[in-house]
Design a binder for this molecule. Sequence first.
Ligand SMILES: [Zn+2]
Length: 101
Amino acid sequence: MENLKEALQKMNYAELAQLKKELENGAFNMRRLVGTRLRELENDHERYCTHCSSHLDPYSVNTYTLIFGPSEFKKKVSFCGPDCLEYFLKRVRVIKESSKH
Ligand SMILES: [Zn+2]
């Protein structure tokens, strides 16, 4: 929300008035813009491996990204290779198994 405040501070009176009108009319354009940006972010890999913290090459065939969770609270994790991805999945399984008891 801090970034949103900053963006609003940068807008002039006419832009803010237009935004207010857009919000009052159901914010169709705003929802479309937010949806498009979310899809862009979902399609990109994270910059660092979730397991070993190494820098990820977005063009490598060995970079994996996993998106999980309910649609409103999706989480995204990326890995530098199958070993780190596998380690993550094993940890998730252990946490799931231990929460059953
Ligand atoms: Zn890794």
